[in-house]
Design a protein around this ligand. Structure first.
Ligand code: SAH
Length: 245
């Protein structure tokens, strides 16, 4: 049974990874990561309601060269299903959490997506594999600079990195079909709800910074009504800036 599941995931992997990547680079590591992500999805299914993640999301995860988003010294651990430090006291999220958050916003090919908390640029790259354009905001100048250069090097020309306080979103390009927030705030920032399009979905960790949080899915219906659903207990770095208080 297990072998079948792993083979199924292997079939999702592309022949070539991504611009600038040799064909099949770290293929076994990627397959191992996808199998671990699928196993976590099944294990948390009763809570998340998403025991099976979409094949498109898993395939996107398999295409992004995660070893290019972590410090060189940690490259050998890049495909482990766990968060890793990326400098400036920040972390790149666990692959399962990246996959779950991506799945929860139901990305579509013509979507315009806002990400708050660029970090390494990894979540932005996964989204960029699936949607029309990703606008991502980072508050730490060095991380924003590095992520922008990294994404450009890897050929992601549909991601725009912005240095600023993402707790207020990025009004210039709103409304967004989807919003993904990768740092925890004690409440849902109201500017982000305002920048969500009708029919749009936002996923974010809500709860006390430094403690446990709940991943929350916010949806705006076609008549403008806003609903919230609690998905899973998580731990994220805090959203800093004025909306993180
Ligand atoms: N999505 C990232 C992981 C992010 S860790 C990745 O895939 O690598 C959370 C990030 O949010 C950190 O880089 C942190 O600096 C950033 N952050 C925290 N508060 C922020 C704010 N108010 N606006 C924008 N970015 C913020």
């Amino acid at each position: 049974m297990k072998a079948v599941a792993v083979l199924g995931l292997a079939a999702l992997l592309p022949a070539a990874a991504c611009a600038g990547e040799p064909t099949g680079s770290r293929q076994e590591d990627r397959e191992r990561m996808l199998a671990a992500v699928a196993a976590d999805a099944r294990a948390t299914g009763p809570e998340t309601g998403r025991a099976e993640l979409s094949p498109e999301v898993l395939a996107a995860l398999g295409r992004v060269p995660r070893h290019r988003f972590v410090p060189a010294a940690l490259a050998s651990s890049a495909y482990d299903n766990r968060p890793l430090p990326i400098g400036s006291g920040q972390t790149i999220s666990q692959p399962f959490i990246v996959a779950l958050m991506t799945d929860l916003v139901d990305p579509e090919a013509d979507d315009r997506v806002l990400e708050v908390g660029t970090g390494s640029g990894y979540q932005a790259a996964v989204l960029a594999e699936l949607v029309d354009h990703v606008y991502t905001v980072e508050i730490v100048p060095e991380l924003a600079r590095e992520a922008e250069a990294r994404l450009e090097r890897l050929g992601y020309d549909n991601v725009t990195v912005h240095l600023g306080d993402g707790g207020f979103g990025w009004a210039e390009h709103a409304p967004y079909d989807a919003i993904v927030v990768t740092a925890a705030a004690p409440h849902v920032p109201s500017a982000l709800v305002e920048q969500l399009a009708s029919g749009g979905r936002m996923v974010l960790p809500v709860g006390e910074p430094g403690g446990f949080q709940t991943l929350v899915l916010v949806a705006r219906g076609s008549a403008g009504e806003v609903t919230q659903e609690r998905i899973l207990g998580v731990t994220f770095v805090p959203l800093t800036g004025d909306e993180g208080r």
